[in-house]
Design a protein around this ligand. Structure first.
Ligand code: SAM
Length: 279
């Protein structure tokens, strides 16, 4: 028996896009799809009552169109639709069954989509991957905080990191993470399940942090009492409207922003610790 889904269509505008991105970010819906004039969200049919109640709160005057999708082999449909993503002229993210589509002399990050976040299709992961090139220095010790599928850890190793330590607080990701490290023959990446907001030291040259703002801000606070903090950070999972808060928080912790990249409403930021005598 396959599960049924609820599909809800909204006409597209910036306010609706931002509200739906936030619902997606907080795990309240399974997906948001963007077409020219329409935004479509998807969730399990069994969650429809809670979801509709929430939508009424967010869009009291809003109009939308609900459709029920009868169960079918969604996994197979999804698997068929998953295409390799090009990150730069030589680096791709691909599921294992599409590997033969990647040119021979190009680098592959092989990700088996599972229950962990991070297939490269989401803007936040894509932007973090984009910022890594040129910012990661070969030989870096890297921390991947909120590693999900391990996609950023794998990319870091492919870009020349000496070692990566990956951390996530969700025990459900273990098998998917292990499988992805194995697929990429990178079993030397170390990992642990733990809450990054309870850590008191963040040793490494570079930290990759693709999590939501409500985790990133307290994490940067935590840096102020940590024994060690990374010299460079990449922050992603942030919306463009968070730009000012993030800039202030980074500045307070002694980091200066080197680069901000944007895709749709999402941004990712790279920053480096200011030297002692630097203003
Ligand atoms: C947006 S996903 C990013 C996954 C992957 N790094 C990527 O770039 O696609 C954020 C991850 O952070 C993890 N996470 C959230 N809060 C955390 C916390 N306090 N400590 C550790 N991991 C956390 C989640 O379980 C999730 O896997």
């Amino acid at each position: 028996m396959y599960q049924d889904y609820i599909k809800i269509k909204f006409s597209k505008n910036a306010k609706t896009a931002e509200a739906l991105d936030l619902l997606m970010e907080s795990g309240d819906i399974l997906s948001v799809e963007e077409a020219k004039d329409v935004l479509t969200i998807l969730d399990l049919w069994e969650n429809r009552e809670k979801l509709i109640e929430k939508l009424h709160e967010i869009f009291p005057q809003g109009k939308w169109e609900i459709t029920k999708l009868d169960g079918c082999d969604w996994d197979q449909k999804w698997i068929d639709g998953f295409q390799p993503i090009r990150i730069n002229h030589r680096l791709w993210v691909t599921p294992p069954w599409q590997m033969d589509k990647i040119p021979e002399n190009h680098e592959k990050i092989i990700i088996n989509p599972g229950n962990a976040f991070g297939t490269g299709t989401h803007e936040s992961t894509y932007l973090a991957l984009k910022l890594m090139k040129g910012f990661l220095i070969p030989g870096d010790e890297v921390l991947d905080l909120g590693c999900g599928s391990g996609i950023l850890s794998i990319a870091a190793m492919k870009l020349g990191a000496k070692h990566v330590h990956a951390i996530d607080n969700d025990p459900e990701i273990k098998d998917n993470l292990n499988d992805n490290f194995k697929q990429n023959e990178l079993e030397e990446i170390t990992w642990e399940i733990r809450d990054i907001l309870a850590m008191d030291s963040f040793p490494g040259d570079l930290a990759l942090i693709n999590i939501q703002k409500h985790i990133i801000l307290p994490l940067l606070e935590r840096f102020s009492i940590a024994k060690e903090i990374p010299n460079r950070v990449i922050l992603a999972g942030l919306l463009n409207v968070h730009r000012k808060d993030i800039r202030n928080a980074l500045q307070k912790r002694g980091y200066k922003i080197l680069n901000i990249r944007r895709k749709k409403e999402w941004i990712a930021v790279s920053a480096v610790l200011r030297r002692k005598n630097e203003a």
